[in-house]
Design a protein. Structure first.
Length: 256
């Protein structure tokens, strides 16, 4: 089995500041990787470089495409990258308003990705959208309502449905539960854990919340000042942190 995503010596600078320094890793099909660290550690910059949103200054991001094998995403044309983002990839924003079209219905938000792949039969598109609303535990009777009518947690569920309707193999998630009430957050995390397992989804999740990482990810990378200072199996890193920075992160969570 080949790696789904291969990252080699990735670097990104903003002026004199190195936001990402020499990051390398492989991500395997069905594997969930959490990237954790404090604000300013470089984790969101890394996610943007991995997902084709921000070109790195050095290094390679290679994806195992369905028909052409491993390809450097930054050697692809803009059209190829856009198609990848609509089909084999998903991107769940921290703020669902960034990942949704707020001026069209819930059903149209989900169906739009199918139409981008050539689906044209209105009835089938609507049925598929309805099924996905049910799958993310939303009331399919609300398919014609605007996202503006939904709570923050429901909008995030709708964004997840919009991303997963094309059955991608890799999803990028930027603080997907941040800003939600604790009870809403817990239900959303249960949903994400269930869907990643059912769909054999690979995911890269950026979070500052170690509890989110423990619940969702098999593997973890800890970032500090643009560098990955520790990586390994999630439980291993959290239960027996080796790097002083990871120890500080873990102990700050455990303190009353």
């Amino acid at each position: 089995m080949n790696a789904l995503l291969r990252v080699s010596n990735l670097a990104k600078n903003f002026g004199q500041r190195a936001a990402v320094k020499d990051v390398s890793f492989d991500l395997w099909p069905g594997e969930v990787l959490a990237v954790v660290g404090e604000s300013g550690s470089g984790k969101t910059t890394l996610l943007n470089c991995l997902s084709g949103r921000l070109a790195p200054d050095a290094g390679r991001v290679e994806f195992e495409t369905r028909h052409e094998g491993l390809r450097d995403i930054y050697a692809m044309s803009e059209a190829e990258r856009r198609m990848l983002a609509r089909t084999d990839w998903g991107y769940v924003h921290q703020s669902p308003e960034q990942g949704l079209r707020m001026d069209v219905s819930a059903g149209a938000n989900v169906g739009e990705r199918l139409m981008a792949l050539g689906a044209r039969h209105y009835g089938r598109i609507r049925d598929e959208a309805s099924q996905w609303l049910t799958r993310v535990e939303m009331d399919p009777q609300r398919i014609d309502e605007s996202p503006k009518a939904f709570s923050g947690g429901m909008r995030q569920r709708l964004q997840i449905a919009r991303n997963l309707v094309t059955r991608p193999r890799l999803v990028f998630m930027d603080e997907p539960t941040s800003g939600l009430d604790v009870s809403v957050q817990a239900r959303l995390l249960d949903l994400l854990r269930s869907l990643t397992r059912q769909l054999h989804l690979a995911a890269v999740i950026v979070t500052h919340d170690l509890a989110v990482a423990r619940l969702l990810a098999q593997r973890m990378q800890v970032m500090k000042e643009g560098c990955v200072v520790e990586s390994g199996l999630t439980d291993q890193v959290l239960d027996d942190p080796q790097h002083p920075y990871t120890q500080l992160l873990v102990s700050s969570v455990l303190q009353p």
